[in-house]
Write a protein that binds this ligand. Structure first.
Ligand code: ADP
Ligand code: MG
Length: 272
């Protein structure tokens, strides 16, 4: 059979190759290699301190990387493969940070992030929080932004809270707004870092349902979570991080039903 161009696997949205990250002399991530196909959900699991948040932060330019390469949408964003110097000077580090910051700038609005502590502006209403970046950063049309906002707020059952201030909302409601604020930029990739970790138990389900809904809509996502039932439901792929390396990579159900490594088994037992 002749393979046509259509048979080629589609270019992944994100490709990470041999990523390394150090804080001073401590290497907190190394040899991290994985791909995120468009429309897929990658769930990042691992013990506390294994490097999950640091990895997420490396994927939208909030951390400088010290080795490896990050490609987004088929183009190289940061190439740090040549950085063999284990003990760079302060100046070299500052130069590296500046260069990577510049490289990420054009991509900032294409990648959305929500993390544990919702950081809504306290002195702005829900609507003002959501509109800010699409209007000021993306310079989009106000009517279009508002239409997006209304649709998204309705979708997360927050349509009645446009004019509320963050202090008037519960933690779960604030996280919903934080998700909408990120989605209002029409990102191609969403990063979620333990977004239910500081919520009261009764708020957790509603927020996780939103992510399941986004997954059904083929949003490309990387999700860090401690909610194992949810992880199993949403994951196309599980990346199990331990001590800064990907110790195991498997399909969602496969990881939970047949963990291959002792470390993954111990982790799953600790979460049960
Ligand atoms: P996780 O999210 O899996 O709990 P983190 O990515 O937060 O793990 O942390 C991974 C390791 O990196 C930990 O040992 C942590 O102490 C260290 N670390 C994280 N951020 C910093 C920082 N800004 N400076 C120094 N060490 C850090
Ligand atoms: Mg973390």
């Amino acid at each position: 059979m002749t393979a046509s161009v259509d048979d080629q696997p589609a270019e992944p949205l994100l490709r990470v190759t041999d990523l390394a990250k150090r804080f001073g002399d401590r290497e907190v991530l190394r040899d991290v290699t994985f791909e995120v196909p468009r429309g897929s959900v990658q769930v990042l699991l691992g013990p506390s301190g294994s490097g999950k948040s640091t990895l997420i932060r490396c994927l939208n330019g909030l951390e400088t990387i010290d080795g490896g390469r990050i490609e987004f949408g088929g183009a190289t964003v940061v190439d740090a493969t040549g950085l063999a110097d284990r003990h760079p000077s302060r100046r070299a580090l500052a130069r590296r940070a500046r260069a990577q910051e510049d490289a990420w700038r054009p991509l900032r609005t294409r990648i959305g992030m929500v993390f544990q502590s919702y950081d809504l502006f306290p002195n702005r209403t829900v609507a003002e929080n959501i509109r800010l970046a699409p209007l000021k950063v993306q310079h989009r049309d106000r009517d279009e932004v508002d239409a997006d906002m209304d649709r998204l707020l309705d979708r997360v059952q927050m349509g009645d809270y446009r004019d509320a201030y963050p202090r008037e909302l519960s933690g779960g409601q604030r996280q919903r707004v934080a998700i909408v604020r990120a989605l209002a930029m029409r990102p191609e990739l969403m990063l979620f870092d333990e977004i239910t970790a500081s919520l009261d138990p009764e708020m957790v389900r509603g927020v996780l349902e939103i992510l399941l809904d986004l997954a059904r809509d083929d949003m490309t996502m990387i999700v860090v979570t401690h909610e194992m039932e949810f992880a199993r439901r949403i994951a196309d792929t599980v990346l199990f991080l331990d001590g800064g390396v990907i110790a195991e990579r498997a399909g969602g159900a496969e990881f939970f039903d047949h963990p291959r490594t002792d470390r993954a088994r111990a982790f799953l037992e600790s979460m049960a």
